[in-house]
Design a protein. Structure first.
Length: 76
């Protein structure tokens, strides 16, 4: 997840989400916003991030991800 997040790999959008403790938002891995690593935590599902008190990022709009992993994940 660290590598995907630092590289902004959009092929992982919908596979997991990044939450920023200092702002209270969660993002897609491809979000152009870059918080410091010590302020970040990862979630597998949007519902988990929301239950933890985070709201969707207005910049990358993670709630609009298709909600299912990309096709290549099923092949693993």
């Amino acid at each position: 997840m660290e590598r995907v997040w630092t590289e902004r790999d959009a092929s992982y959008d919908g596979v997991f989400f990044i939450a920023v403790k200092t702002t209270g938002i969660f993002c897609k891995p491809s979000c152009p916003s870059r918080p410091k690593r010590e302020h970040v935590e990862f979630f597998e599902r949007i519902g988990d991030a929301i239950s933890a008190g985070y709201r969707p990022c207005k910049r990358c709009q993670p709630q609009l991800a298709n909600g299912k992993p990309p096709d290549w994940v099923a092949k693993i």
